[in-house]
Design a protein around this ligand. Structure first.
Ligand code: PEP
Ligand code: MN
Length: 362
């Protein structure tokens, strides 16, 4: 009896080796097919052909495995073979760190950079309201040696009766500020048709949380040659956020800055819930710089500093926050914007820490 078992086991081992040899040969042929397909520009996955092959195998199946087991086993083999046929960029997203292990650094002509290992800041008013208003913030930022200013000219508001932004007029104001203070302009675009018009005024096109799922806007952003600051959608999972960035990258624009700005949860102590763990997850999974918007995530000036510190400590490439010369009269987000005095205090506490957490100095 023992001899018989031993014999069968030996036979199984030999069969395993034969199956492995056949799988290896199958894999080699599949790779050759993949090369031919690539040369001819044919898509690797061919469901019709797969179905035909499966049907033939089931017709030939004499047991003991049931048809469904045979189907399942061969499906796995087919899938492994198509994976072999795919090139690197077909297996991984363009934004994935698996495809590009080194960090993407977004660089600007005035010496500014985001993602270079140092911490970057993007501050400025929620909405552009007047030249004087923007210039007051810009003067403060320039005196600190900052390289960016934000301000919305197109505002996606909850109510159609709320201030919608000054439109192109607002962008012209921002451009004048840029020329005066040499700051890069970060401003939101809400309509795919506006990128062309806004190109002469804006250095970073922002795509807001409400538009993270606006795929036509994402595709158009991908066709521009300017950096895109993409904010996480109000209820977007991290995977959806990454796929939204992929829409931009797939059109050829890899200059993308991701921005965690809080997500909607049942918690109402803050305007949104700042998902701080998204930062290292995005940094691990993608090669893109990641910033944290502490204004829209918390909606609370009293915890802006600790959350900004947390963002830097957890590995964010920078922080975004709203600053207004006179928040009490702001046309949007009046309650959550810092005035210049509050901002100075915030900045003076945060910027020494930013040096401590510079990844190229750790
Ligand atoms: C903004 O940054 O101006 C803004 C509207 O933010 P969010 O899209 O994150 O709500
Ligand atoms: Mn705002």
């Amino acid at each position: 009896m023992a001899d018989e078992l031993e014999q069968h086991r030996e036979e199984i081992i030999k069969l395993n080796e034969q199956i492995l040899e056949l799988l290896t040969r199958r894999g080699e042929v599949a790779k050759k097919i993949g090369e031919v397909k690539r040369k001819q520009g044919i898509i690797v996955y061919d469901p019709k052909r797969e179905k035909e092959m499966l049907n033939t195998l089931i017709d030939q199946n004499k047991g003991p495995f049931s048809d469904s087991v045979i189907k399942q086993l061969f499906k796995e083999i087919f899938k492994a073979s198509t994976d072999l046929q795919k090139g690197d960029h077909e297996k991984h997203l363009y934004v994935s760190r698996k495809l590009k292990p080194e960090d993407t650094v977004v660089k600007f002509n005035n010496g500014g950079a985001i993602g270079d290992g140092k911490k970057s800041f993007i501050f400025g008013p929620c909405s552009v309201e007047s030249q004087e208003q923007v210039d007051k913030v810009a003067e403060n930022l320039a005196s600190k040696g900052e390289k960016f200013i934000r301000g919305g000219a197109f505002k996606p508001r909850t109510s159609p009766y709320d201030f919608q932004g000054l439109g192109e007029e607002g962008l012209k104001i921002l451009k004048k500020t840029k020329d005066k203070y040499d700051l890069n302009i970060v401003s939101e675009i809400v309509n795919p048709a506006d990128f062309e018009m806004a190109d002469k005024y804006v250095d970073v096109f922002q795509i807001g949380a409400r538009n993270m799922h606006n795929f036509e806007l994402l595709k158009e952003a991908g066709r521009t040659r300017k950096p895109i600051l993409l904010k996480r959608g109000l209820s977007a999972t991290i995977e959806e956020f990454i796929k939204a960035a992929e829409y931009i990258a797939s059109e050829g624009n890899n200059n993308i800055i991701l921005c965690e700005r809080g997500i909607r949860t049942y918690e109402n102590a803050t305007r949104n819930t700042l998902d701080i763990s998204a930062v290292p997850i995005l940094k691990q999974g993608t090669h893109l710089p990641v910033m944290v918007d502490v204004t829209h995530s918390t909606g609370r000036k009293d915890i802006m500093l600790p959350t900004a510190k947390a963002a830097l400590a957890v590995g964010a490439d920078g922080v975004m926050a709203e600053v207004h010369p006179d928040p009490s009269v702001a046309l949007s987000d009046s309650g959550q914007q810092m005035d210049l005095e509050e901002f100075d205090e915030f900045y003076n506490s945060l910027s020494p820490l930013s040096k401590k957490y510079n990844t190229n100095e750790l």
